[in-house]
Write a protein that binds this ligand. Structure first.
Ligand SMILES: C[S@@+](CC[C@H](N)C(=O)[O-])C[C@H]1O[C@@H](n2cnc3c(N)ncnc32)[C@H](O)[C@@H]1O
Length: 433
């Protein structure tokens, strides 16, 4: 359940917009709760004044700090872990990945400005500022409405069909393909033949091509973003196939061979992102079904991608740009399929002795000569479960030294696997000679 608290001087303004359709049902079913707080409750004068003249002169009035800060402090007392967001045209632009990040919160406080703006000192009391786009609204309420809508529909269960937000424009990094319904012929405009063909593979391919073409025409900036997320090596000798990595925190074994969920660690996320980025991995998925751990992973990634860390250390930002969070291995496969238009070949890694193995050389050849995407799956804890291994297409040979000790950290194992599969061959040859 995600609780939204909206601080506003027009507490009825959102009622109508939030009282219909999906958002209404989401409230009735207890997925979200929305409370609108009248800022004037936190004023102490007879006229409940919330604004004053600007220092230095200028147009209009400015919102006073005292009532707003009192309202924020009251909300924080009630919800100790609330994410407090100021809606402001100067904020970072709210987009789909911000919506996905906020959908993992439990309590969100949205502050709506009015008049010519707010006293700047209020910013010291909020966690972030968000703008819904490059235009000026008369007040923050429509922006709060937008944020609540975009976030709420990402909460599992809010939409009837749980998969539908995954298909939306922006979730994939692309604009959505054109949709059609009956009639087949509308005023001489026909539904494209492929959609009537019943061939699901062809339809999927067509939709992907349409998405890419539409995005290229209307929003090349999104493609540029996807390209930096998915750095493609161009030199010969580099893998032709798009290679993805997944770090599974469930299902994995513990040392008693019980299936468990392991914790997400800061070090794994950082180090595997850095290795992945170095060797040209298209995406690194941190996979956990636990919402609190997803939130932790999101916090780590966002700190370096968009927060203070992104300015402090640009190379770390570039590495963490390939990191993504997923609920399950199935979700990872769907995501890759959507991004590339093809189902990935699944490669598992394991230190345990398991039947027939694919050698590093054989897999390296496949990566160099194949355009099908590959997903390399690494386990945490005491390794991937048999169920995951039996679902895979290839079991990669184990990494071994000449001792009977074999307890590499998953970070080290991932780096060695990537180097053997995607590292510069020349250096490997030199090492061998
Ligand atoms: C008239 S605007 C203030 C504009 C201010 N003079 C400026 O140029 O930044 C009043 C309030 O509307 C909200 N607002 C306006 N545009 C917005 C946007 N693009 N995204 C989010 N909130 C916005 C903010 O809460 C803001 O404090």
């Amino acid at each position: 359940m995600l609780k939204f608290t909206v601080i506003t001087i027009f507490p009825q303004m959102l009622d109508s917009a939030l009282g219909h359709s999906i958002l209404k049902k989401a409230q009735e079913k207890g997925f979200i709760e929305i409370e609108q707080i009248d800022l004037r409750v936190y004023t102490h004068d007879r006229h409940h004044v919330t604004d004053d003249y600007p220092y230095g002169g200028g147009q209009g009035m400015v919102m006073k700090p005292e009532p707003l800060v009192a309202a924020i402090e009251a909300a924080r007392r009630k919800y100790a872990n609330a994410r407090v967001i100021l809606l402001a045209p100067q904020g970072r632009v709210f987009n789909q990945s911000a919506a996905a990040r906020l959908a993992l919160e439990k309590e969100i406080v949205l502050i709506c400005g009015r008049y010519e703006g707010i006293d700047n000192r209020i910013k010291a009391f909020v966690d972030e500022e968000l703008s819904i786009g490059d235009y000026t609204l008369s007040g923050g309420e429509p922006a709060a409405n937008v944020v609540i809508d975009a976030v709420a529909r990402l909460i599992p269960g809010v939409l009837g069909n749980e998969n539908s937000p995954l298909e939306d424009s922006f979730t994939t990094g692309l604009l959505e393909y054109p949709q059609y319904t009956r009639p087949e012929d509308f005023r001489g405009m026909k539904v494209p033949d492929v959609l009537l063909s019943g061939d699901h593979e062809k339809i999927k391919q067509w939709r992907h091509e349409q998405s890419v073409a539409l995005t290229r025409e209307r929003r090349p900036d999104l493609l540029a973003e996807t390209a930096t997320r998915n750095p493609k090596p161009t030199e010969s000798g580099a893998a032709k196939a798009a290679v993805y990595l997944a770090l599974l925190h469930f299902p994995v074994y513990d040392k008693n061979h019980q299936v468990v969920t392991t914790s997400v660690t800061n070090m794994d996320i950082h180090d595997i992102s850095r290795s992945g980025r170095t060797y040209g991995v298209s995406g690194f998925y941190v996979v956990t079904p636990v919402k609190a751990l997803q939130k932790l992973a999101r916090k780590i990634i966002d700190h370096w991608e968009t927060g203070y860390g992104s300015e402090y250390n640009v190379t770390r930002k570039q590495a963490l740009e390939i990191a993504r969070i997923a609920n399950s291995l199935d979700d990872v496969i769907i995501d890759i399929e959507r991004e590339t238009g093809k189902k990935p070949a699944l490669v598992v890694t394991s230190a345990r002795p398991i039947g027939s193995r694919t050698s590093f050389t054989a897999l390296r050849d496949m990566l160099n000569n194949n355009t099908r995407p590959f997903l390399i799956i690494c386990g945490t804890g005491w390794g991937l479960t048999e169920a995951i291994i039996s679902q895979s297409d290839y079991v990669l040979e184990a990494i071994e030294g000449y001792t009977d000790y074999n307890h590499l950290s998953v970070r080290s194992a991932a780096a060695i696997v990537l180097d053997r599969l995607m590292g510069r061959q020349g250096q490997i040859d030199r090492r061998q000679s």
